[in-house]
Design a protein around this ligand. Structure first.
Ligand code: GUN
Length: 298
């Protein structure tokens, strides 16, 4: 059996078109565009690249981005001061503090200074707390986890009573994905570095989400025939045969696993584009919330 390939780029493209149309409507009706502020501390090349990609996508759908880059030595007070100022700026509807922050900074304290209604990453402790509880609604859901669920929905995965296994327990992906799957009535196992018999646990999964940052770790014999496999990993590996000397691979050995799975995302081209599409959707929603509150930038 060869798996159905879930095309994240196609789904993300549909979302971007919808956001673009909605942004045009806001500009026409209210006279201002949604605004996203990005805060990058330090010069981590991957983070710089992610922020640049986010800003480019904003521009293409008509969202204005306000980029702030601070040196790696910036102190806690200065970062928090900037975030607080952005929180009070009516042109800024969403604030994105790119993670990870340099080690000397207190990430939780920085995220706490983002006003709830501008927390388009969904990382504010209150939004995460609501996500972790039954019957509560966060104002925003983290973009990558939301993208994982959307791709499963697009592929018609059955959540109710499904065995779901999440590989990785990061705050950005593993933990919130697990919460979202539980809310959809899946039975969820979260695996990590101390998990015993990882292949055996993964083989139980009807839905397998890999988010560990280990190139091609998930092999065909880790996967239950017919399972839905979502690969969040994006790892740079050496490849002397490629022009650049490297290539990008996921946490799943795609060529092997596609012969066993029922549906699978490629990486690149699966979850990656969904993360930015989700960010655009959340920024649009933040602007709509500001309009509902009657906040109009001068
Ligand atoms: N670092 C890796 N992924 C993300 C993300 O989705 N948002 C932020 N702010 N930082 C990240």
């Amino acid at each position: 059996m060869t798996a159905k390939i879930i095309d994240g780029e196609a789904v993300a493209s549909k979302i971007r078109e919808q956001v673009k149309a909605d942004v045009e409507e806001i500009v026409k009706t209210h006279g201002f565009p949604p605004g996203l502020a990005t805060v990058l501390v330090g010069d981590n090349p991957a983070s710089r690249q992610y922020v640049r990609m986010k800003q480019n996508r904003c521009k293409k759908v008509g969202i204005v981005s306000f980029g702030h880059t601070l040196s790696a030595e910036t102190g806690q007070d200065e970062v928090e001061k900037l975030v607080r100022e952005l929180g009070e700026d009516p042109k800024v509807h969403g604030i994105l503090v790119q993670l990870p922050l340099p080690d000397h900074l207190d990430e939780e304290a920085v995220l706490n200074t983002i006003p709830l209604h501008k927390d388009i990453d969904g990382f504010h402790p209150v939004n995460i707390g609501r996500l972790a509880m039954k019957g509560r609604k966060p104002l925003f859901i983290p973009c990558t986890p939301a993208g994982v669920i959307r791709l499963l929905e697009e592929a018609d995965a059955e959540f109710d009573g499904a065995e779901a296994v999440v590989l990785g327990r990061s705050n950005i992906v593993g933990m919130p994905v697990a919460m979202l799957l539980i809310h959809r009535n899946a039975t969820v196992t979260v695996c990590h570095s101390r998990t015993k018999d990882l292949p055996g646990v993964c083989r139980r999964a009807d839905i397998l989400v890999a988010a560990v940052g280990r190139p091609q770790m998930v092999k065909a014999d880790w996967v239950k025939p017919g399972a839905y496999v979502i690969d969040v990993g994006s790892n740079r590996v050496d490849d002397p045969e490629s022009e650049r000397g490297y290539r990008w691979v996921g946490d799943v050995d795609f060529d092997e696993v596609k012969e066993v799975a029922g549906a699978i995302t490629p990486s690149p081209g699966g979850v990656g584009p969904m993360t930015i599409a989700g960010l655009l959707q959340n920024t649009l929603r933040a602007a709509e919330l500001a309009i509902e509150r009657g906040e109009v930038p001068q």
